[in-house]
Design a protein around this ligand. Structure first.
Ligand code: SF4
Length: 301
């Protein structure tokens, strides 16, 4: 297939997936003023680009305002975003706030700056949203960010918790949306190449990226390459939660659970064996080929 057709398919896929997330979570409504946070990274460029395309054909009217926070990292090319956004013809606002100096002053030398940096950034963006009269704040997190967060929360936070596609901000005043929630990172990386976005790296401040997140990201990429479908299945699992088969007592009333006396097709088959190998062809003795060895279960197992 030639490159142009591939790119066209990619564009259609991106629009479809973003549109699907917007509808599924009712992210954008009639009359919304959506503040799109643009950092200069591939994901937020992609988000703005696709939202602009969808705006042309959406069944509801909404406004888009791109906002960049210039945090005054040394070497930040401050002309790049105003030039790009100006050419696009989208409304935009550049907020100048020297969080870089604050972070450098507060965090000891050699420690990662990102957590304080992003906390400060968040507070400023919430304030700007209020000043601009934005009704929604759109962020460029994608499917793989959500899965990375899920794994990090399991590994280090002891929580089954990902990253919501729509939420009320911690100050209670803003609705934050993530229209790229269904989009795989590799599609955004490819789209950034196709569209030749003028990427600005986030690491200008000299901080190391969060190492754990990087490792988990590599793990997901490795799985995606070795076991096609696994990452998609993990993501689907987030949309098919079965509280009765987890252990959170606040989600399911285990304490009051009683036999109903009625059989259910969807009921749990608690004593069924899990197939541990694909069924082989039936043997001459009629054995259907379930090759699982029988392991006696004894007390104490
Ligand atoms: S890399 Fe630098 S600019 Fe980016 S989040 Fe971390 S501290 Fe902030």
């Amino acid at each position: 297939m030639d490159i142009e057709r591939e790119n066209h398919k990619l564009e259609k896929r991106l629009c479809r997936e973003v549109g699907r997330a917007i509808v599924d979570f009712n992210m954008i409504e009639e009359g919304d003023r959506v503040m799109v946070c643009v950092s200069g990274g591939k994901d937020s460029y992609g988000l703005l680009d696709i939202l602009l395309k969808l705006q042309q054909r959406a069944p509801v009217n909404f406004e888009l305002i791109a906002v960049n926070l210039d945090q005054k990292q040394p070497g930040f090319p401050e002309h790049v975003l105003p030039e790009y956004l100006g050419k696009l013809g989208v409304k935009f606002h550049i907020e100048n706030q020297d969080t870089y100096s604050i972070v450098k002053r507060v965090i000891p030398e050699g420690k990662t700056l990102c957590s304080l940096c992003s906390r400060l950034r968040r507070g400023i963006l919430y304030r700007v949203a209020g000043e601009l009269g934005a009704t929604k704040i759109a962020l460029g997190h994608h499917r793989d960010d959500i899965l990375q967060t899920l794994l990090l929360n399991m590994f280090f936070g002891g929580k089954l918790k990902g990253m919501p596609p729509k939420l009320v901000s911690d100050d209670g005043r803003n609705v934050v949306i993530r229209p790229l929630a269904y989009v795989p990172e590799k599609d955004l990386a490819r789209w950034a190449e196709v569209r030749q976005f003028p990427i600005i790296p986030c690491t200008l401040c000299g901080s190391q990226e969060n190492l754990q997140r990087k490792q988990v990201g590599n793990l997901l990429r490795e799985w995606d390459a070795k076991f096609p479908g696994r990452v998609e299945n993990m993501f689907n699992a987030l949309q098919n939660v079965v509280p009765s088969h987890l252990l959170d007592r606040s989600l399911f009333p285990f304490e009051t659970l009683r036999a109903t006396g009625e059989a259910s097709e969807d009921g749990d088959k608690a004593f069924d064996e899990e197939p541990c190998a694909p069924p082989a062809a039936a043997g001459a003795d009629g054995n259907p080929g379930w090759v699982r060895p029988v392991i006696p279960i004894t007390a104490g197992d």
